[in-house]
Design a protein. Structure first.
Length: 420
């Protein structure tokens, strides 16, 4: 038997990866979404669905969530789970208001960031240096932040003119921007309620009407984070700590240092979100002001697959749903039932195309249920309206769970010297 020509075993076929969306596809999806929203608005008569006020309100509500989500992204890309975002936001609201009413809003913003960063530093000491479970540390910080700010309020705001033990005196507003001429023209166009044209005008008008300078700063932090973490040597080292800290240390990376930096920045961003709530959103600190936005920010980060752009999209979705609740309430949320039904029809058709017949049948069944709910009712219960942002959070996380990929070493214990 000849052994001179032994056939080499053929290489196993490579599994096709998930295709990356290109800009033409992204623009096509955005255009399809606009058409769908416009169709829902026309059919339902909920003209406030894409109005200038709705978009402006959604943007303002999305910023604190986005800052919390961005903070979570910094920490988890370095391998530290930050459940303490809610507590760091609480510190940001209190310290921002405390400094803001005394020395001006911008000083309040800076001090609010420092307050959140203080919470981040505490979380870093507990999790990185002492290697305590990240979830336990985060929950402890959330509890401590609430108690600490309540204690401080009793002998600061309670003695200030116009304040009390549960709220601060009023804070001077940060300058907002409205582009003259363009804003009025877009608002007039939106009020004509034309199909698609008025919807686009409403969305653009919301971006140029009463836009706070701090909103612009917060929006710029999202691409800045992407550039720092994905286009610099510093960002590569930081992300390597979240993927494989042992390998990173073997290459000379000071893992502890990068984890500390990431978690402190995480707390500072959450503190900025808190300061935005007390200074821009309401102009006053109130006890319980964050309302779980730190947790929703964490959900937005997970929805965005630990990427800044996806996180911003998730925060916008939650902010939009929250704004619907505040503007028009039951009518707007009722219109969402039709939107959900149409999206489920699209999902069913897509699953049929992929020959996943069971999933397609389930999607079609839920779609029919939402259509019936919409056409057989004129409004939704007030309890459902209040819960709409949180229900949206749960649905989005459930539907996006299959495509998520967290940093490999996220939340895992690490001791200095393991790479030597």
């Amino acid at each position: 038997m000849s052994t001179g020509t032994v056939a080499k075993p053929s290489a196993a076929p490579k599994k096709a990866g998930r295709r990356k969306l290109t800009w033409p596809w992204i623009l096509l999806i955005v255009a399809a979404g606009l058409v769908l929203f416009s169709l829902v608005r026309v059919v339902s008569g909920a003209d406030d669905l894409t109005s200038v006020g709705q978009i402006s309100g959604a943007l303002q509500l999305a910023v604190p969530i986005a800052m919390a989500g961005l903070g979570g992204l910094w920490a988890e890309r370095a391998g530290v789970v930050n459940i303490g975002l809610e507590g760091m936001m609480v510190l940001g609201t209190w310290f921002g208001a405390w400094a803001g009413y005394q020395w001006g809003p911008w000083t309040g913003v800076v001090v609010g960031i420092l307050g959140g960063a203080l919470g981040g530093l505490l979380h870093a000491i507990i999790t990185v240096t002492f290697n305590v479970n990240h979830i336990v540390s985060g929950v402890a910080i959330n509890i401590l932040a609430v108690g600490f700010t309540q204690y401080l309020s009793n002998f600061t705001f309670d003695k200030a003119e116009g304040g009390s033990s549960k709220q601060s005196p009023r804070i001077d507003p940060i300058t907002d921007i409205t582009i003259p001429g363009l804003s009025d023209w877009l608002m007039d166009l939106q009020q004509k309620h034309w199909f698609l044209i008025s919807d686009v005008a409403g969305i653009l008008g919301g971006l140029v009407t009463h836009l706070s300078l701090l909103t612009i700063v917060a929006a710029l932090l999202i691409p800045a984070t992407w550039w720092i973490l994905w286009r610099t040597a510093f960002g590569l080292r930081l992300r390597s700590c979240g993927e494989n800290p042992v390998a990173a240390e073997s290459l000379g990376v000071n893992v502890y240092k990068y984890k500390y930096i990431a978690v402190v920045v995480s707390g500072g961003l959450a503190g900025l979100g808190g300061a935005f709530l007390s200074i821009v959103s309401t102009g006053i600190y109130q006890e319980g002001q964050t309302g779980g936005r730190g947790y929703i920010g964490l959900a937005a980060m997970i929805f965005g697959n630990w990427m800044p752009g996806g996180m911003a999209l998730g925060a916008s979705l939650f902010g939009f749903t929250d704004s619907l609740k505040l503007r028009g309430g039951a009518e707007n949320v009722h219109a969402l039932l039709l939107l959900v039904a149409l999206l489920l029809v699209i999902a069913a058709l897509w699953q049929l195309y992929k020959k996943k017949y069971v999933v397609a049948a389930v999607s079609a069944g839920f779609s029919a249920a939402f259509f019936l709910w919409y056409f057989l009712t004129d409004e939704v219960p007030s309890q459902f309206v209040d819960a709409a942002p949180y229900i949206t959070t749960l649905l989005v996380l459930a539907l996006s769970a299959q495509r998520l990929r967290m940093p490999k070493a996220d939340g895992l214990p690490y001791r200095k010297g393991e790479g030597k």
